[in-house]
Design a protein around this ligand. Sequence first.
Ligand code: HMG
Ligand code: MG
Length: 314
Amino acid sequence: SSKRVVKIVEVGARDGLQNEKGTVPTHTKIELIERLSSAGLRHIEAGSFVSPKWVPQMADTAAIQSHLIAHPPPASVPITYSYLTPNMQGFTSYLAGAALSSVPSQHSSEIAIFAAASESFSQRNINCSIAESLTRFRPIVKKALAEGIKVRGYVSMIIECPYDGPTSPSMVADVVEGLLDMGCYEVSLGDTNGVGTPGSIGRLVNYLIKERRLPSEKLAGHFHDTYGQAIVNCLVALEAGIRTFDSSVAGLGGCPYSKGATGNVATEDLVYFLEGTGVRTNVDLQKIVETGDWISKELGRKNESKVGTALMAR
Ligand code: HMG
Ligand code: MG
């Protein structure tokens, strides 16, 4: 068909669970990832190789990685799993796990590095300045690319930081450029605390694409839904030419270093919105709705997806 296709990066098993207070059993995380892939999601963040002292919930990422390597989904549709690696130590752990994969697979994995457009958040999240973080990331990206591993970048606090106030679009552009220049294939624009509106997100993405000439195909929208603006922010980003969006099943999540921040735009809501707008996602809405209902019950949480709640009530 002539429908446009959008890429969805499912971050529920990482962004969605990293902030969960109680321990989520490893087998529950694995079941979540398997349900997500069988619902048609092709890009799935599976965990973070971060300090377990900083983010205890991600401490079992190596176990998840080795399970996914040992039990690949059917080869018919290739899936990419990705892992956050904030420093060389995290990347080394990722590589050690990836090396266990001896069987050639249709599936692949990649890493993500994460920077910020606000100094205070950079310090609180990864314990270094923005400039230091870029210096730290460069050798990781170099090594990853030499090993044939793709690297995704993130920029947090693209609109406003709870510690530093409003973020300047030129700061966002500088960090995006820094990440693309070092070899990231894509940079995800994080409205970490969900304060953006169609006004501020629209101005930012148009500035990045039109004034700073950043390629729209290398940008992604990562919109948290704290203020209920995430779907409409996806719409303005879509209209500006962005074709990749991050979302979290049942709207799970929040960032441990951004107080009060809630989950990402719900995958169910994103799929319903995109398909309704004439954009193809290749995601099975009914299956993702059932997955959102299941994980919400497992976590004892309210399902934050409006579409999920509506369809479950039918
Ligand atoms: P640090 O304390 O400066 O690290 O933390 P260090 O290098 O000084 O090492 C201190 C200790 O940590 C040592 O252990 C290291 O071994 C250990 P000790 O000797 O004390 O026993 N360590 C590690 N352990 C496991 N894996 C590692 C690792 N590195 C050091 N990779 C560090 C710096 C970056 C490690 C820390 O600040 C950290 O882990 N931060 C992660 C924070 C995080 O995960 N935040 C959430 C993800 S970002 C996000 O959610 C935003 C996003 O969704 C986009 C958006 O919404 O905007 C992506
Ligand atoms: Mg996030």
